[in-house]
Structure formats: C-alpha cells, structure tokens
Design a protein around this ligand. Structure first.
Ligand SMILES: [Zn+2]
Ligand SMILES: [Zn+2]
Length: 144
C-alpha cells in the first residue's frame, strides 16, 4: 500500500504520519514487550525518514533496560498508550500496529522471541516463522 498512513495514541497528544508502505507486523513475545504493552507486542514499522510526528506534546521516551538493541520506547505521557520502539543504528522505527488509523494494508509476518513468551496463551497455528529471539540476530530480519 502506498500513500500516507496516520495514527496516534488514545487521547491524541501523540499523532504521526507515515509516507509510503508500512512494514508487515512482527509479534514480539519478549519479556520487555510484554511488560510494556501488557501482552505480546504487534508492531509494524516505517523507515525513520518517512515517519513524521504531527503532534508530540504527550510523547515521552523510556529506556528498555535489557534490550539487545539498546532501544528506547515512546509512549504518550497523557494517556499511557504505547507507540514506538526506536533503536540506535536502525533505519526504521517500530510502531505499535494498533495505533494506526483505519486499514493498515499489512499482515502479520512472524513471531519473535518465542523463547520468552507468556505461559497463559498458545502460539497460533498460523504457519508463520517463529524465531527464538529476534530475526535480526539470526540475519533474517524481514525488515532489513
Ligand atoms: Zn495520549
Ligand atoms: Zn520484544
């Protein structure tokens, strides 16, 4: 899908715009994503230079203490919505798929960090690749 996608937090204090297609969604089962989202994280992504913040008065960043990528996570300080995952040296920023307005035009592509998944749910029988950690670590990062 081309064109422009928009999205934002629950209250509107963080809004963004992405020019061009969004990346397919990765489901991350790692402990840090689970804590931050309250459940596995389902994230799309966009190249850094195609993501524009159109409202950022609520935007706050927090470090992700055990992140393999030394990432920081962006959220809305006014309503608490989780929005962004941003690691130094990556040319893309991950975006919580649920924050995109309307149709995203993407689909779920893979499961990451299944070695850390919660014990209260089963991985779906969806035939998608399952990575013990991140696919970036094994050189098969579909976003690379
Ligand atoms: Zn908000
Ligand atoms: Zn994760």
């Amino acid at each position: 899908m081309t064109g422009v996608s928009t999205g934002g937090c629950l209250c509107g204090a963080v809004r963004y715009e992405v020019r061009g297609p969004l990346r397919d969604v990765l489901v991350c089962h790692c402990e840090e994503c689970r804590r931050w989202h309250g459940a596995p994280a389902e994230s799309t992504a966009a190249p850094r230079d195609r993501l524009t913040l159109t409202e950022q008065r609520g935007l706050r960043w927090v470090g992700s203490p055990r992140s393999d990528a030394r990432a920081r996570r962006g959220f809305c300080g006014e309503c608490g919505s989780s929005l962004f995952w941003d690691a130094p040296g990556r040319d893309y920023v991950a975006i919580a798929a649920g924050t995109v307005d309307g149709a995203t035009g993407v689909r779920t592509a893979a499961h990451w960090y299944v070695s850390q998944k919660g014990d209260w749910y089963q991985l779906p029988d969806d035939g998608l690749p399952r990575h013990e950690a991140s696919a970036a670590a094994s050189g098969t990062d579909p976003s690379a």
